[in-house]
Design a binder for this molecule. Structure first.
Ligand code: GUN
Ligand code: ZN
Length: 435
């Protein structure tokens, strides 16, 4: 069904870190966005758009102080960790052992995985997240559960089975060969079906033997366009552990590079403690980073310097991510809020235009899907979020004093949460009904 939305629109035509705002930030006070068969077919000034639109096409007008945006894209998130959000007291390695590796064992039970997968996707849509790159667990059934739950929703979803064959409880381990075989089976079952992509998912270097990294690398080489996701350089104890486990490697990044796991469409969570040579290696190989500030603050890991990672002389693409359940919120607005504080602690800054870019087109670029999602423009898949810019009494009051669009957007990213998500569209279908 052809339909249109009319109102204010914010989207990005390029990376505002590297391109003047005038060319990268697209804002229109009164835009018409036309959607048909899951795609945007026309986007432009409302007066022109309405003149060209057949009279029988339904047009929904946004209420005052609402804003259309591309659907948010969470570049790194663990759905099985939904039940351990807010687990108290431990940094990364103890948090993994005491909470994560216990919760993930529960996903051997398909019925449990089904239930959590459905709740997870519903929660994402309530928060205006229309697409994400997701870690499942070591159990292939946990991948089936997530893709099956996404089928009726029509989301573009990237996900994979975690590969891990050491340094975790026996019940959560595969083997090098099983990781290869099960990942290959899941590629055959899910990759390219509907809007799904399979993602090769070695958990991180400490939980994979070299034999496993080698076989995952071999599978990656057989599928050069496939996404790869993992973790790198999140916590200093983890970095020291990797040095011990891989004494031959000059750096953490070199471990992944050796096995062919740094390349375009390979996205690594965190990267907080990467050195210059490692960032060079990311740049040269085309790999990217997922910035997970709520997680990094929660686990006391540190804070990524996004501007430094994106240095124009050797830019590394960066997406924004919740990293639930170490992350503490499904909200990409709250994730921007924490990203702002991380930027400050780095002596840097995060203008609202940069933050909203990172949560939409930036994540799409880091995942290599920026030709399909992350922008509201003709030809793109019609994933869109409508924000209410006055979603709480306090925000409503504060907005009265906002001088310009920059301030209005900044207020949203600091004070906003899911209450600011008025509606969510996936492939042109309203999946979170208008509030
Ligand atoms: N490193 C390896 N596994 C994980 C995980 O599940 N969460 C986080 N935050 N870091 C990891
Ligand atoms: Zn993670």
């Amino acid at each position: 069904m052809k339909q249109a939305l009319r109102g204010a629109l914010l989207t990005f035509a390029a990376d505002p870190y590297h391109t003047e705002f005038a060319e990268s930030v697209v804002y229109s006070k009164d835009a018409l966005v036309v959607m048909e068969e899951g795609r945007f077919t026309a986007v432009g000034p409302a007066t022109e758009g309405l003149a060209a639109l057949a009279a029988d096409v339904p047009v929904r007008e946004l209420p005052a102080d609402h804003l259309m945006l591309p659907g948010f894209i969470d570049a790194h998130v663990h759905y099985p960790q939904m039940e351990i959000i807010a687990a108290h007291g431990k940094q990364l390695i103890d948090w993994l052992n005491n909470y994560t590796f216990i919760a993930e064992q529960g996903f051997a039970d398909k019925a449990h995985a089904d239930r959590v997968a459905q709740l997870f996707l519903q929660e994402q849509l309530r928060h205006g997240v229309t697409s994400s790159c997701v870690f499942c667990t070591v159990f292939p059934e946990s991948v089936d559960a997530l893709f099956e739950a996404a089928q009726p929703l029509g989301m573009r979803l990237m996900a994979g089975k975690v590969c891990m064959d050491r340094n975790a409880p026996a019940g959560l381990l595969d083997t090098a060969q099983r990781a290869y075989d099960e990942s290959a089976e899941l590629i055959a079952r899910w990759h390219g079906r509907e809007r799904f992509e399979y993602v090769l998912t070695p958990r991180f270097a400490p939980t994979s033997s070299e034999a496993q990294l080698e076989l995952v690398g071999a599978l990656a080489a057989e599928h050069p366009d496939l996404l790869i996701q993992s973790h790198i350089s999140e916590n200093l104890r983890e970095v020291a552990w990797v040095k011990q486990l891989f004494p031959w490697a000059k750096s953490y990044a070199e471990v992944y590079a050796k096995y062919g796991l740094l390349r375009p469409r390979a996205i690594y969570g965190h990267g907080i403690h990467l050195d210059e040579a490692e960032l060079d290696l990311f740049h040269e190989t085309g790999a990217s980073l997922a910035h997970c500030p709520t997680s990094n603050f929660f686990l006391g890991s540190g804070y990524l310097n996004v501007r430094y990672a994106k240095e124009p002389r050797r830019p590394v693409p960066v997406g924004l991510a919740t990293d639930l359940g170490a992350g503490t919120s499904f909200s990409m607005l709250q994730t921007m809020n924490e990203a702002y504080k991380a930027a400050h602690l780095n002596g840097s800054d995060l203008p609202a235009q940069h933050a909203f870019y990172l949560a939409t087109r930036g994540s799409a670029e880091a995942l290599g899907v920026a030709d399909k999602i992350g922008s509201v423009a003709p030809g793109y898949e019609a994933d869109l979020t409508v924000m209410n810019l006055r979603s709480t009494p306090l925000i409503d009051f504060r907005m009265d004093f906002a001088k310009d669009l920059d301030e209005q957007l900044f207020i949203q990213m600091i004070m906003g949460d899911e209450r600011a998500i008025a509606a969510t569209y996936v492939a042109g279908r309203c999946v979170k009904e208008w509030a």
